[in-house]
Design a protein around this ligand. Structure first.
Ligand code: ATP
Ligand code: MG
Length: 354
């Protein structure tokens, strides 16, 4: 047999809870699809997350980021357990990874899958992508409190938007729009937030001037949230700031179906640093260890990773395999079915070896 020439170094962080169940499930399918498309995935597993935190007082070792930097991509399950505050998982692992590797785009495709009707009656077939700016904006650490404990105590937090930061998010969204329907919606709030949001609008408009084929619709975030609920099929690519994108992603995901199927990519589009792919859901402590977690979100995240690595045919194959299982009525409990994680994964694996 010919040597598999294309190889990709993948850092795997299964994390906690159902991450420990859906990550191995997805890896099994990823390896099968790699075999089929004749490339190699070199997997290195890192046992970081809450167990590591309980033993060492940190989510990952101090050399963690240097370790991850050596890889082509990071495949993440879910981190966090109820006993550890979310702020530790966020600032101890997720945010340092996003910022160090300049993963300035958070990409969240939202699509109705076969056999999973949208939650909104009459929503039609939803097929949209949310492009969230992922490293600046409202999630800044600039601010603080004054007059602590006094009746006039106050807290302030600055949002920081840079021309470069907004422009590169807008550019990514515009490029994506050209591969889809050339329609872009930009989330704003320039009527109420008078400094940063007019700046966002201005830089988006300047950037989009370079894409005469792409139409851009500027919509206030409140109206956009309402429209998204009423007519999700009316959207294609949505570009939004860090906070607005965060909120819209969960909203759109909820409309399209189950939290267990939604994926996301934290991208460094230039591939100077590894990008990170993960399901949208958390560690789901309520069902962890029962073998019933839906592996679709993790599988779809795997497909996004393959796409990013430059293996679109393999990505399409993997996507088609889990979609076919869903279309056949193979469903985990969260989708009203009875299949276990292993049974669903067996179904996907069978399609990838057929
Ligand atoms: P986060 O960890 O992001 O703060 P969370 O703890 O609020 O999120 P999740 O861990 O995503 O939320 O769980 C929310 C609910 O969705 C739980 O009831 C969980 O069982 C369910 N759920 C999440 N992911 C899956 C999955 N892959 N399969 C089945 N059910 C899931
Ligand atoms: Mg959680």
């Amino acid at each position: 047999t010919s040597a598999r020439k294309r190889r990709y170094d993948i850092a795997v962080i299964a994390g906690d809870g159902i991450g420990l169940e859906v990550v191995p499930a997805a890896l099994r399918c990823l390896e099968l699809v790699a075999l089929r498309h004749e490339f190699t995935l070199d997997l290195t597993e890192y046992p970081w997350g809450s167990a590591y935190f309980q033993a060492h007082g940190a989510m990952m070792p101090t050399t963690g980021l240097d370790e991850l930097a050596k890889h082509d991509a990071i495949f993440l399950g879910a981190v966090g357990v109820p006993e550890i505050p979310d702020v530790e998982t966020l600032w101890g692992l997720l945010i340092p990874i996003r910022r160090t590797f300049d993963q300035y785009i958070n990409l969240r495709p939202v699509r109705t899958l076969p056999g999973i009707p949208a939650r909104v009656v009459g929503a039609g077939d939803v097929d949209l992508v949310i492009v969230r700016e992922n490293v600046e904006g409202e999630y800044s650490a600039v601010g603080g409190r004054i007059y602590v404990g006094e009746p006039h105590e106050a807290a302030m937090q600055e949002a920081v938007f840079t021309r470069r930061g907004v422009a590169r998010a807008a550019r990514f969204a515009a490029e994506l729009a050209t591969t889809r329907s050339n329609r872009l919606t930009s989330a704003t709030k320039s009527n109420g937030i008078v400094h940063t949001m007019p700046f966002w609008d201005e830089v988006v408009a300047d950037t989009l001037a370079g894409y005469p084929g792409v139409s851009v619709d500027k919509v206030l975030i409140d109206a956009l949230a309402a429209k998204l609920v009423l007519d999700p099929a009316g959207f294609d690519v949505i570009v939004a700031s860090n906070l607005f994108g965060d909120i819209l992603s969960d909203l759109a995901g909820a409309i399209a179906g189950s939290i267990g199927v939604a994926p996301s990519g934290n991208l460094n589009p230039e591939k100077k640093h590894p990008s990170m792919f993960e399901p949208v859901h958390g560690s789901a402590p309520d069902i962890a260890g029962q073998g019933v977690a839906n592996p679709v979100g993790q599988l779809w995240a795997g497909a996004m990773m393959l796409e990013h690595l430059g293996e679109p045919a393999a990505a399409a194959d993997l996507t088609a395999a889990f979609e076919a299982c869903l279309a056949d009525g193979l469903r985990t409990r969260d989708l009203g079915g009875t299949a276990s994680t292993a049974e669903f994964t067996d179904g996907v694996a069978a399609r990838l070896t057929a």
